[in-house]
Design a protein around this ligand. Structure first.
Ligand SMILES: C[S@@+](CC[C@H](N)C(=O)[O-])C[C@H]1O[C@@H](n2cnc3c(N)ncnc32)[C@H](O)[C@@H]1O
Length: 479
């Protein structure tokens, strides 16, 4: 069955994915860009943001990975990494973390399988050498250039208008590949139309202008430079997830390197473009992402796009009961926070850096019939000990961020004074509706299905188009 995992792909691959079981892997990992990406929810022109994933790798973050790598038997790889430690120290931690993950991805790929690594030109030359050492240079298939148009920035350089997709086979002799065809170039079409072209030679063996046959040509073999537009800011395909890739790009890869029923894996799947394309092309899929926001968005995307046609899938790594939720909190409090807020499908917002949340972790936006402006609910999540001053902080943050409602989510039971403050906080009333000004929900109550009293119409993730409407003519003829 299809699977969606919340977690670091390194752990998920090791814990759940068996050797040589996957037909095609595509990954689009963070690019070592030393910046964090925010997710924008741009329905109704409301822009709230949250660090969707952290793209910063430092020595501090990769200490364990470095130790582990020393146990891997691959001399060329060690030589390479040692060289990069000296000549490219700024990128070294990133390469260490990527190397461990690429090794695991190589392990799970079938001998007939293909591996595609999407990166930008700032990282591609380093990653290519790492992949060469892991996959072996004889398995290098292509360096695909994804070319697109975007606004030029006024710097002293040419505009950066491409990404790089490195393509490897696990074993060139067994590799599966469907040749894709594309339309002829404009100039060829003008000169020869759609007829088949044959090169011609005269009696003396000299080349003469090519001739056309009476048959129609099927098209030409697809090259390694792909002109695929990025998703326009106003496109219905855009879901607000940073770095979302166009589905048309993934459809090419999946069509070329897999067949119906094959298993596709994306270890850094973001808002699920690979899974969407795999589902659309009737492949099985496994998606992994470390961000609860990504997992929540992907789940919604697939359900919105395929409705009842969606093939079955399970989600793992997302808390299913109190114990697993507490475990997530102990391992990664930020992921716990994100997960819980996403359960209410509210905007998650730090209003600044993680940790400096100014009393608010999430922002719910609700439309009440007959009221034009959305009303806002401030969500605060607490894992550890709770006390009255936490409620005071939430009240303060509600004033600061102009929120009509406040919700306090806590693992620990609230104290008596906290409950009293909440009970005495009154109601927000509008258009004949009354909502408690402050509400509290414990983790236990959440898993016992106690519900919050909130307005029904919630402004949340952008809905994905249904797949049927989404279908464009992006299927390529194959040989
Ligand atoms: C560039 S985005 C992928 C975008 C995706 N291709 C799409 O179209 O939506 C990279 C993703 O990698 C995830 N990520 C970062 N480190 C990870 C890790 N160690 N394991 C799994 N996912 C990770 C981030 O949360 C982010 O969603």
């Amino acid at each position: 069955m299809n699977q969606l995992y919340l977690g670091d792909c390194l752990n998920v691959l090791r814990d759940y994915i068996k050797d040589e079981t996957v037909d095609l892997i595509y990954i689009d990992p963070p690019f070592n860009s030393k910046r964090n990406y925010n997710i924008f929810f741009d329905d109704k022109e409301i822009h709230t943001q949250r660090v969707a994933f952290e793209d910063t790798w430092s020595y501090k973050n990769v200490g364990d990975s470095l130790l582990e790598l020393q146990t891997v038997k691959n001399e060329p790889l060690h030589t390479l990494l040692n060289a990069y430690k000296l000549v490219a120290p700024q990128v070294f931690p990133y390469l260490v973390m990527m190397t461990l993950r690429i090794l695991e991805l190589h392990r799970v790929l079938k001998p007939t399988g293909s591996f595609y690594l999407h990166c930008d030109p700032t990282a591609s030359h380093y990653l290519k050498t790492i992949c060469d050492a892991i996959f072996n240079v004889r398995n290098v298939r292509n360096e695909i250039i994804w070319s697109y148009k975007k606004w030029a920035v006024s710097q002293k350089m040419f505009s950066r208008n491409h990404d790089v997709i490195l393509f490897y086979s696990k074993n060139i002799n067994e590799q599966k590949f469907n040749i894709l065809l594309q339309e002829r170039a404009e100039s060829t079409l003008k000169r020869f139309g759609k007829k088949k072209i044959v090169s011609a030679i005269d009696k003396s063996g000299k080349r003469v202008p090519s001739q056309t046959l009476n048959e129609e040509s099927e098209g030409v073999k697809m090259g390694d430079v792909w002109d695929v537009p990025i998703i326009a800011p106003v496109s219905r395909e855009r879901l607000g997830y940073p770095t979302q890739k166009p589905r048309a790009l993934l459809e090419r890869i999946i069509q070329a390197s897999s067949n119906e029923g094959d298993l596709i894996l994306d270890g850094f799947c973001g808002c699920g473009t690979t899974l969407d394309a795999a589902e659309y092309l009737k492949r099985k899929w496994i998606g992994i992402d470390i961000s609860p926001i990504a997992i929540a968005l992907m789940k919604r995307r697939l359900q919105d796009s395929y409705k009842t046609d969606l093939s079955k899938f399970t989600i793992r790594g997302v808390p299913e009961d109190k114990e697993s939720a507490i475990k997530l909190w102990e391992q990664n409090p930020f992921a716990f926070q994100d997960w819980w807020i996403m359960e209410f499908e509210v905007f998650s917002s730090t209003f600044g850096k993680k940790g400096a949340d100014q009393g608010i972790d999430g922002l719910g936006m609700y439309l009440i019939p007959t009221i034009e402006e959305p009303i806002k609910a401030a969500f605060q999540v607490k894992g550890g000990k709770v006390q009255s001053k936490d409620i005071d902080a939430l009240l303060g943050a509600m004033v600061k961020h102009k929120c009509e409602l406040g919700v306090f989510l806590t693992i620990q039971s609230p104290t008596k004074p906290m409950l009293e403050t909440i009970a005495n906080s009154g109601y927000y009333s509008a258009a004949g509706f009354n909502y408690p000004h402050l509400q509290i929900l414990t983790l236990e109550e959440f898993f016992n299905r106690k519900v919050l009293h909130l307005p029904k119409v919630n402004i949340t993730f952008k809905s994905a188009q249904t797949a049927a409407k989404n279908i464009n003519q992006s299927h390529f003829p194959t040989f």
